[in-house]
Design a protein around this ligand. Structure first.
Ligand SMILES: Cc1cc2nc3c(=O)[nH]c(=O)nc-3n(C[C@H](O)[C@H](O)[C@H](O)COP(=O)(O)OP(=O)(O)OC[C@H]3O[C@@H](n4cnc5c(N)ncnc54)[C@H](O)[C@@H]3O)c2cc1C
Length: 617
C-alpha cells in the first residue's frame, strides 16, 4: 500500500510504503555511504536529474572522511608553478609501484584541481598562501607541495562543505541505517535492503543504480587508525552481488600511529608532521631513515642531514628528506628499527618536531596533533618528541571498476572512494584519497544517473523472495541457541590478522591465517545474539562480522599468492620486487560458487598508451 511519506530532514515527498510493517522507498540512484565519495556522488547524481538518496550507518557528517587531516592532493601549482597533472600522474604511478590503473591515475591527476576549486566555490575555507591562493603542503611521494589543506583538519572542512550542499539541494539522507544486502533482477541491480540501527526494522530501496561508497576495512586488524564503521561492508556487498575485488593484498600501514596509552594505540599521527619538518629518530637518537633509502628513490632523496634540511628552505634544487619517502618505505624502516631493539619504551620510535620548529609554528600548522597528544597522552609536542609506530590505515584493494564510470562487473552497481580499487596500485600516496573521492564521486554519480535514465520504464524489479531471504539471513543470529558471542570472534580475528597478515608477511603465517579464518567462519555460523532488534550493538556486529570475514580471507589469500614485495605488501620470504613476473599482473578475487569462500585469479595490467609511458623513461 503506497502512502506518501515525507523525508524527516528534507521534507521531500517520498514514494514510500509500509506493507507488512516493512518500509520501502523508490529512487533512481541510491548511494551507500556519506563520506566524501558518497556525498560527491550523490550531488552529481542529483544535479544530473536523478532522484537520489544517501544511506549511511552513522550520522551525516560523521563519516570517516571527517578524520582526514593532511589535505587533498591536486596539482594546482599554487606553490610550485612547475607542478602539473603529468608530474602528479607520474608520482602517483611511482608511489603505487606501477600497478595502478593508469587511466584512473590520469583522470585523477587531471581533474583533482577542478574538484578542489569547486569545493571552494561551494564554501570550503582553505588555508592561503601569502598571495591569497589555496595553500598547498608537502607530503610523502609528491614531488611538489601539492596538498590543499585546512590546518590538519581538511576532512572536516570537506565533509562540512559537501554535507551542506547535499542538504541545500534537498537530497534525502537515511542516517543510522545499515545496508545488509544488494538486490538484483537477473544480472542487474534492482535495489538494496538494510535496517534502521535504532529500531532494528528493515527498509528496502528499489533503485536500478546503487553506488557503494562505504570506505575501508581497517577493523579487521587490531591496531588501526580506522573507526568502528570500517568493516568492509561495500567490499563484501559487491562480492556477494557478483562483482570482483582487485589488489586486496595491498594494505597500507601508515608509519605514524600513536603507540601509547593503549586505549589510543593506532590513532593516526598525520604525515603533515613530517611534511612540516618532523624527523624520525631511534632510541639511540639516530635519524635512521638515511639507512633505508631504496634504489628506486635514491636519485631524488637526500642522503645527508644537511641536504635534507636544506630542502625545507629551497625545495627547487635539493633532494627530499628520507622521512618523506612513500609510506610503505617509511613503515618498513620503522618496523626494522623496532625489531632491531632500537625502539621507544612503548614499542614505537620517536617523531620529533619540537627541536625543529617553534611552538607557535607547531600550534598553528598542527592544532589537532597538539591537542591529540596533550589530551590523550599528556605529551606536549612543542617541547618533546612523540612515540609512534605503524598502524593499519588504508586498503588499496577494492571493487574492480571501469575507470571512467566506476561501474563494477554488475550492471547498475558502482563503487567509489576507498571501497573501490585500482587507482592507487600497491600503495597510496598521502592526499590522493581525498582527491580520489571528489574526482570519481562526481564521475560515478553522473554515470549512475545516466544509466538509470537510459532504462526508461524498463527498470528491474526487486523480488519479494529475495527480500524475505535477506531478512531471514540477517535475523539468523537471534535463532541460535547456546552459540558464541560475536565480540569474541571479532577480537580473535583482529588479533590473528594483526599477527599473521600484518606489515611483514611469510607463506607459513599466511597459511596459518587462512586456517584460522576457516575456524572463525565456522564459529560465526553458530554466532548468537541476545535481546531484541531495538538498538542492539551485538546484532550489528554479528552482521558486520560476515563482511569482515570475507574481506580478511581476500587479503590473506591474495597476500599468499603474490610472491614478491611491493608497496603495501611485504613478504619476508620474497623480499624483492619482481618486475618481470608480478609487475605485469593484478590479482582479482570473487566469491566462490558455493558462496562460502574466495576464488582468486590473475589479470594482466591494462596497457598504458605510449604518450603516458614517456613519463617513466
Ligand atoms: C585519521 C585519518 C586521516 C586521513 N587523512 C587523509 C588525508 O589527509 N588525505 C587523504 O587523501 N586521505 C586521508 N585519509 C584517508 C581518507 O580519509 C579515507 O580514505 C577517505 O575519507 C574514505 O572516504 P570514503 O568516502 O571512501 O569513505 P568514508 O568517509 O569512510 O565513508 C564511508 C561511509 O559509508 C557508510 N557505511 C559503511 N558501511 C555501510 C553500510 N553497510 N550501510 C550504510 N552505510 C555504510 C559510513 O557510515 C560512512 O558514511 C585519512 C584516513 C584516516 C583514518
Amino acid at each position: 500500500m503506497a502512502d506518501s511519506t515525507r523525508h524527516p530532514m528534507t521534507g521531500n515527498e517520498m514514494s514510500g510504503s509500509s506493507e507488512g510493517g516493512m518500509e520501502r522507498h523508490t529512487y533512481d540512484v541510491v548511494v551507500v555511504g556519506a563520506g566524501g565519495a558518497g556525498l560527491r556522488a550523490a550531488i552529481a547524481a542529483h544535479e544530473a536529474g536523478a532522484r537520489t538518496a544517501v544511506v549511511c550507518k552513522s550520522l551525516l557528517g560523521k563519516a570517516h572522511t571527517v578524520m582526514a587531516e593532511g589535505g587533498i592532493a591536486a596539482a594546482m601549482g599554487n606553490r610550485w608553478p612547475e607542478d602539473n597533472w603529468e608530474v602528479h600522474f607520474r608520482d602517483t604511478m611511482r608511489g603505487g609501484k606501477m600497478l595502478n590503473n593508469w587511466r584512473m591515475a590520469q583522470l585523477h591527476a587531471q581533474e583533482a584541481p577542478e574538484r578542489v576549486q569547486e569545493l571552494e566555490d561551494w564554501g570550503a575555507l582553505f588555508d592561503r598562501t601569502d598571495d591569497g591562493l589555496i595553500s598547498q603542503r608537502d607530503f610523502g611521494g609528491h614531488k611538489y607541495a601539492r596538498l590543499a589543506h585546512v590546518g590538519d583538519r581538511t576532512g572536516l572542512e570537506m565533509i562540512r562543505t559537501l554535507q551542506q550542499r547535499t542538504v541545500q539541494l534537498g537530497i534525502d539522507v537515511f542516517m543510522e541505517c545499515t545496508v545488509t544486502d544488494l538486490l538484483k533482477e537477473g544480472d542487474r541491480i534492482a535495489g538494496a535492503i538494510g535496517y534502521w540501527r535504532e529500531s532494528g526494522r528493515f527498509i528496502t530501496f528499489d533503485a536500478p543504480s546503487v553506488i557503494l561508497a562505504t570506505g575501508g576495512i581497517g577493523k579487521s586488524f587490531k591496531v588501526t587508525s580506522n573507526s568502528w564503521e570500517y568493516t568492509g561492508d561495500g567490499h563484501a556487498l559487491a562480492m556477494r552481488a557478483g562483482a570482483a575485488l582487485i589488489n586486496m593484498e595491498f594494505v597500507q600501514f601508515h608509519p605514524t600511529g600513536m603507540v601509547w596509552p593503549p586505549s589510543v594505540k593506532g590513532l593516526l599521527v598525520t604525515e603533515s608532521v613530517r611534511g612540516d619538518g618532523g624527523i624520525l629518530k631511534n632510541s639511540e637518537g639516530k635519524r635512521f631513515m638515511f639507512d633505508y633509502i631504496p634504489e628506486f628513490f635514491k636519485a631524488e632523496t637526500a642522503d645527508t642531514i644537511e641536504e635534507a634540511d636544506r630542502w625545507y628552505d629551497d625545495k627547487k634544487n635539493n633532494r627530499r628528506p628520507p622521512e618523506l619517502l612513500p609510506r610503505d618505505e617509511v613503515a618498513r624502516a620503522i618496523n626494522s628499527e623496532i625489531k632491531a631493539g632500537r625502539g621507544s619504551p612503548h614499542g614505537g620510535i620517536y617523531l620529533d618536531i619540537a627541536s625543529r620548529r617553534t611552538p607557535e609554528f607547531i600550534r598553528k600548522r598542527l592544532p589537532s596533533m597538539y591537542h591529540q597528544f596533550k589530551e590523550l597522552a599528556d605529551v606536549d609536542i612543542t617541547a618533546e618528541p612523540m612515540e609512534i609506530g605503524p598502524t593499519c590505515h588504508y586498503v588499496m584493494g577494492g571493487v574492480e571498476v571501469d575507470a571512467d564510470t566506476q561501474e563494477s562487473a554488475v550492471t547498475g552497481l558502482y563503487a567509489v572512494g576507498e571501497c573501490s580499487g585500482g587507482m592507487h596500485g600497491s600503495n597510496r600516496l598521502g592526499g590522493n584519497s581525498l582527491g580520489d573521492l571528489l574526482v570519481f564521486g562526481k564521475r560515478a554519480g553522473e554515470a549512475a544517473s545516466a544509466y538509470t535514465a537510459s532504462l526508461g520504464d524498463a527498470r528491474p524489479a526487486v523480488s519479494e523472495d529475495d527480500v524475505k531471504t535477506a531478512q531471514a539471513s540477517a535475523l539468523a543470529p537471534f535463532e541460535v541457541e547456546g552459540g558464541e558471542n560475536p565480540y569474541t570472534i571479532q577480537h580473535d580475528l583482529q588479533q590473528s590478522m594483526n599477527d599473521l597478515v600484518g606489515i611483514i608477511r611469510t607463506a607459513s603465517e599466511l597459511e596459518e591465517s587462512l586456517r584460522e579464518i576457516e575456524v572463525f567462519k565456522d564459529r560465526a555460523k553458530s554466532m548468537v545474539v541476545e535481546g531484541h532488534r531495538q538498538y542492539n550493538p551485538g546484532w550489528h556486529l554479528a552482521l558486520d562480522l560476515r563482511n569482515m570475514l570475507i574481506v580478511s580471507e581476500c587479503i590473506a589469500k591474495a597476500a599468499l599468492a603474490r610472491k614478491e614485495s611491493r608497496g603495501g605488501h611485504t613478504r619476508d620470504d620474497f623480499p624483492k620486487t619482481d618486475t618481470e613476473v608480478w609487475g605485469k599482473k593484478n590479482l582479482v578475487v570473487t566469491l566462490n560458487a558455493a558462496g562460502d569462500g574466495v576464488d582468486l585469479a590473475e589479470k594482466p595490467l591494462p596497457v598504458m598508451p605510449d604518450e603516458l609511458k614517456k613519463y617513466f623513461e
